[in-house]
Design a protein around this ligand. Structure first.
Ligand code: PLP
Length: 293
């Protein structure tokens, strides 16, 4: 089985705007993108990363809904959900022998000056995260340089959209590494905990799980939502809240949660140890892996 599977989405111009024709499988090792594509020159597009467990797509519909919301925030043509669902399903079927894989779907504004978007879906095997799940992550708190209400005050900054412009998120992980940490956790200029560069924060205090509110200019996480649905069935209370560093310092456990890596427990924040809840981590990750959309 090939290590990765690529599907290219085909579009045609029409008076109502670009129409999605469907997908075709393509060689993932061959060049496919034109150098003038606005994804390459401006990071002008949106994406989603969807976990696949033994051929089953996890939280596909919430991912497609967020893909559409991000596209709308960038004034991109609305993605045709049926066409993207078909592409993801075709890729998942080809990765069914893998216990854990993922598919990244991308929609760009296309070639500069044109009016047809570019779209593709690339499926790959997931890395092995068992050491992180067992040992936990040390995170560095990094100021995002924006106030907690940036989504309301400055919507043009696209806070909360999953755009291709992730150079800042990657730089944050490198800064965290320079500080001796494994990952970053963004904080607003006014001290409100936000999200990781590719993950949401979940804190446990007793039988209550808390996560930062989605109106803080952060991504509405599909993994966080599924964890809360599972936890409520298990009798936990859940809340979206304004959380600060003190809440993290007093937490009984905390995680950075995301598709593909799932729930990664935190073991330290800016060098201060916090407890790792190994049992709940294992139960959450088992529930996430068992998801079917
Ligand atoms: N926040 C950001 C900035 C992200 O990029 C991601 C995922 O990549 C998440 C949160 C977690 O979202 P999800 O759980 O839907 O993967």
């Amino acid at each position: 089985m090939s290590a990765s599977v690529l599907a290219i989405l085909d579009f045609a111009a029409s008076p109502e705007g670009p129409r999605t024709l469907g997908h075709r499988l393509a060689d993932p090792d061959a060049p496919q993108l034109t150098v003038a594509d606005l994804a390459a020159t401006r990071g002008d597009g949106v994406f989603e990363t969807i976990s696949i467990g033994r051929g089953r797509l996890q939280a596909l519909e919430p991912h497609l809904a967020r893909f559409a919301r991000s596209a709308a925030m960038l004034d991109l043509p609305a993605p045709d959900p049926g066409a993207w669902r078909d592409a993801c399903t075709a890729i998942a079927a080809r990765l069914a022998e893998l216990p854990e894989a993922f598919v990244k779907i991308v929609l760009t504004r296309g070639i500069e000056g044109g009016d047809i978007p570019t779209g593709w879906a690339l499926g790959q095997a997931s890395p092995d995260f068992s050491a992180v799940h067992r040992d936990g992550l040390a995170v560095a708190l990094l100021d995002r340089g924006l106030p907690h209400d940036v989504a309301a005050t400055s919507p043009w900054l696209l806070a909360g959209a999953k755009t291709l412009s992730y150079a800042v998120n990657r730089a944050a992980v490198r800064e965290a590494a320079r500080r001796g940490a494994d990952d970053a956790l963004f904080v607003s200029t006014d001290g409100v905990l936000l999200e990781g560069p590719v993950s949401n924060l979940v804190i446990r205090r007793g039988r209550r799980l808390s996560t930062p509110r989605v109106d803080l200019g952060i991504l509405a996480g599909t993994t966080q939502a599924d964890i809360f649905r599972w936890a409520e069935r298990e009798g936990y209370e859940t809340e979206q809240a304004i959380l600060r560093q003190a809440d993290l310092a007093e937490a009984d456990a905390a995680w950075l949660v995301s598709s593909v890596r799932h729930a990664a427990p935190l073991r330290a924040v800016d060098g201060a140890a916090i407890p790792v809840d190994a049992e709940l981590t294992a139960r959450i990750n088992a529930a996430l892996r068992a998801r079917v959309d």
